[in-house]
Unconditional design. Structure first.
Ligand code: PLP
Length: 403
């Protein structure tokens, strides 16, 4: 709040270094702090003067910008490519941002299938098959949006396998969207599961939102690129009135060339305040607390007869549903339909309550409910209270369903 207050208290269009030196410099510094905080590789540092980080409005904007850079890199390397042959790759679990970028840019997209058996994470083999198929049809996949922590279930794509496949297709850009889960990289013990090494090795760009699970109020989406030139090659348009001595000399960052808009807010102040007030340890404690509270929730689900987890808990997210014992004479398709119907009715009861807010999702045909812990003041008492509400409504839903 204080960061926003400070940012709003001065007129700061901030689009280039000359008109917002403090805004530019603090952002460059704070983004480098965050590289260290998350254990990202040195090539993402602004101080590397090759890669670098920039604060965008949302993860959707970050992905759009990454895809614009990917397209520009691809078409520069292969100038004869027709735009209608370019394809954006996403999976069925990618956030809407992948398809939306396709719609905005007027480009085709291909949505790759993932399976429940693989916990809804993309495998290298699926990617390889699709690439071979598309290439043989004269199509040009040029970017893959991979995810660490999908919205629906917290799935983490197999970036190791994906990286191996993409070695054979070096002109394809890998953007890793870790909008909510990425901040867990602050804790060393979650880095392996969040595939930090593979992000560092294979990603051309990486995004996480401080405004989701990083204690910063909306908006603060942090985007890093391995090579800033790909962003500026795609987005640098400099009419005379935007020219400055410093920009011409190439000695400063002009963030206007790293995103879509020209003017920008002084968002780094918000991250600065949070990092300075919580410190690395404070932020880690907060993330760990969210994960622990979710583990507590998952253990309550596991010990209950009427509920089950649909996927393994992921960081601070559990996906569950009602799954009472069913009549043995039902086929598996009928049983699935009956359970979906029950859970839809159950969810509709939950969503009419004023004291709990959960979102629903569908995972390969299975209707389920998401439980996410994230607020700084949430304690076990709140989780237990939520569990009481869930059981109370389950009792009514099950009774009505059995009648
Ligand atoms: N990516 C993931 C994995 C998300 O969970 C979300 C939001 O729920 C988004 C992207 C979109 O974030 P934003 O609102 O910053 O575009």
């Amino acid at each position: 709040m204080l960061g926003d207050l400070y940012a709003t208290s001065i007129s700061n269009p901030g689009f280039n270094w000359a008109c917002g030196p403090a805004c530019t410099e603090l952002e460059a510094v704070v983004m480098d702090w965050a590289v260290r905080l998350f254990g990202l590789a040195d090539h993402f540092l602004n101080s590397s003067e090759i890669g670098g980080g920039v604060i965008q409005t949302t993860a959707s904007d970050s992905a759009l910008v990454a895809i614009v850079a990917a397209r520009s890199r691809y078409t520069t390397q292969r100038p004869s490519t027709k735009l209608e042959d370019l394809v954006i790759y996403t999976t069925t679990q990618t956030h809407s941002l992948g398809v939306k970028a396709g719609l905005v840019l007027g480009l085709k997209y291909r949505v790759l299938e993932v399976t429940a058996q693989d916990q809804f994470a993309l495998r290298g083999e699926t990617l390889r098959k699709a690439l071979e198929e598309d290439r043989s049809r004269g199509k040009h996949p040029f970017v893959l949006v991979g995810t660490v922590g999908t919205t629906s279930s917290g799935a983490i794509d197999h970036l190791d396998e994906i990286g191996e496949v993409l070695k054979e297709y070096p002109s394809i850009w890998l953007h890793v969207d870790a909008a909510w889960a990425g901040v867990a990289l602050a804790c060393p013990e979650y880095r392996e599961v969040a595939q930090l090494d593979n992000i560092n090795q294979h990603a051309d760009s990486f995004c996480t939102n401080f405004h989701k699970w990083g204690l910063v109020n909306f908006d603060a989406s942090t985007l890093w690129v391995r090579n800033r030139k790909h962003l500026t090659d795609a987005l640098d348009v400099t009419p005379e009135f935007l020219r400055t001595k410093q920009g011409d000399a190439g000695t400063v960052i002009d963030y206007r060339n790293w995103h879509l808009s020209l003017g920008r807010r002084f968002r780094s102040l918000k991250i600065w305040f949070v990092l300075r007030s919580y410190g690395v340890d404070g932020l880690r404690d907060y993330i760990r607390k969210g994960v622990e509270l979710n583990q507590h929730f998952a253990s309550l689900v596991r010990t209950s007869r009427d509920f089950s987890l649909v996927t393994e808990p992921s960081f601070a997210l559990s996906v569950f549903r009602l799954s009472p014992a069913l009549h043995l004479s039902l086929s598996s398709a009928q049983a699935e339909e009956a359970l979906n119907e029950l859970n839809r009715a159950y969810y509709s009861r939950l969503s009419s309550r004023p004291d709990i807010v959960l979102t629903q999702t569908v995972l390969n045909g299975t209707f389920c409910i998401r439980f996410a812990v994230g607020a700084a003041r949430t304690t076990q008492m709140h989780v237990d209270r939520a569990w009481d509400v869930l059981r109370e409504e389950a009792g009514v839903a099950l009774k009505e369903w059995r009648v």
